[in-house]
Design a protein. Sequence first.
Length: 184
Amino acid sequence: VIVSPLFDEISIELFEKIKNNANFVLLDPQGFLRRNNSENKIYLEQTDLNLSNVSAIKVNQDELKCLTGASNIDGIKILQKKGIDSVILTDKQNISLLSKNRIYSITLPNLELNDTTGIGDIFCAAFGCTMLKEKDILWALSFGGGAAQAALESQQIGLEKIPSKGAIESNAYYFYNTLKFKEI
């Protein structure tokens, strides 16, 4: 199950039910962290979210800071200590994944960006489906990155940017063969 709220449309109670009834939960926590001020401007707030039974999480630097009070390696290690098997950190074109005692990373090419809306959702869908089907963390990272890159390269907007399987696979093979890793 992918849990990816935008803004307060998934209650904490529903989130708990999902976590307790699913074998694999991939969380993009953005909607649990977003608040609006008196001028209706959206901001992220430090939030203590129960992350038990979350299999994987995808965060950017701002979301990581809100969940842990830390950044980079320190922050993702804190999330891992909360029981999350796969911690994915996105930082512009850099995508890192902490699994066990290794950080794996891929770098998307520097593209002129047209519309990035939904790229994280496309990444999560490709990563989650690949994990469920293949049970291979490195292929899931590569496939998720391949999907994100193909969507960005399409220069499309909205649903038109959902890439073809062929475009995803071509990019995924490249990422799989260029993965970097380090032990921590």
